[in-house]
Design a protein around this ligand. Sequence first.
Ligand code: PLP
Ligand code: SF4
Length: 468
Amino acid sequence: MQVRKSAPRDRYQAFVRKDLMSLSQFHHLDPDERLAMLAVSAVLPFRTNPYVIEELIDWDDIPDDPIYQLTFPQRGMLPESDFDRMVDLIQRGAPSTDLKSAANEIRYRLNPHPAGQIQHNVPHYKGKPIPGMQHKYWDTVLFFPTQGQTCHAFCTYCFRWAQFVGIEDLKFSSHEADLLHAYLRENTEVHELLMTGGDPMVMRTTHLRRYIKPLLEPGFDHIRHIRIGTKAPAWWPHRFTCGEDADDFLRLIEEIRSAGKLASIVAHYSHPVELSTSVARDAVRRIQDAGGIIRTQAPIIRHVNNSASIWAELWTTQTALGCVPYYMFVERDTGAKDYFSVPLARVLRIFRKASRSVSGHCRTVRGPCMSALAGKVMIDGVTEVNGEKVFVFKMLRGRNPKWERKPFFARYSETATWLDDLEPAFGQDKFYYEDELQALLKNGFRQSVRGGKEIAHCGEVSRARRSV
Ligand SMILES: *Cc1c(COP(=O)(O)O)cnc(C)c1O
Ligand code: SF4
């Protein structure tokens, strides 16, 4: 791949909906497209930056350019009647309060929190829920720092869109470093802190350090991995290459390494073009030089990366740069899902074709995988049993770890885009784990205090671990 020299940039600058008018590229779009963009961005979040606009998007290839599709709102992202309603309000010059209340009504119909994220994964400490944390799998605690609830640009398909548009009662985040540390100190089955967001790399390093540094001290020997999930290497690689804060972050990686722990950057790359600039490559090398390991993940998205050749190039490029392909996800059932989703049958075909066209070192990726209520469900294949064509699934991660790697079957479908769209195969009325899942979800919270000691949110999971 040809690497393009990047322009020097030392200051991050965001473009949001109100800046569209001042963007010269916006005025080159035809009037319909501009109106559509204003209508959709009144409902779904929009944010981008000059690096994305000038170095990642090819404006001669609009509207097909993948990064344009990935950051700029598109007409098809809203159901037709909602779209017409927003256009009408804008054309009538309706007051912004009207625009906002119409937008909110539409938002609540777009499944703002898929897979029971809020209700089911919040851990408890001293009998109280800890907001801003999720503990779904026994070994890993997710933390959503308040200062990291945005990104350097928004992906139009993002399942976290609800928090970006500030539907207030749906926000979940925390600035409580003390509670995080108290919880981790007590829950010694946890081996990993996963900082997520938004994007934790929008935070200054001093904030990151406040959460991470205490975990390098005695009392936290069980915390072996610090993972940061981020799209900054793609959206704003300057975060790792320019200025004192970038250097300070690299020092933090070194401190994690010196404490004998893994500093894992899980970078979200959607398309090979995100690795085609010199600054993107510098960012990768600087993180690695400091001792960080970069793993990569992305969902497969229509209009952006739904072809085998794109994935093959993505994995090949990443592997050559020393990054480790980690997850291919299926787009979640939220937001502009209909615009972006790719049927599971097609996802599998793309995955298999991409996988067999790359060499062994590039085949570290797990997936394709749905992050569902029960766990991370991998589409393992399609086969025929007694004349019935079926999907074979397997959980890579289960809310109950005993479910992991046990195959289960659904009747084949060319059009299904999520597990919920499918019927269990062989005439069964549910998948084998469903009763247990319901029981787990119902009982999990009541188990939060046992024997005077707080345990993970999900009693069953903790018990399962203790018995092995
Ligand atoms: C994917 C995920 C993790 C991490 O799982 P790994 O197998 O370690 O990548 C942890 N918590 C939640 C809620 C997740 O969805
Ligand atoms: S970078 Fe991640 S969290 Fe941010 S908008 Fe994209 S998918 Fe969502």
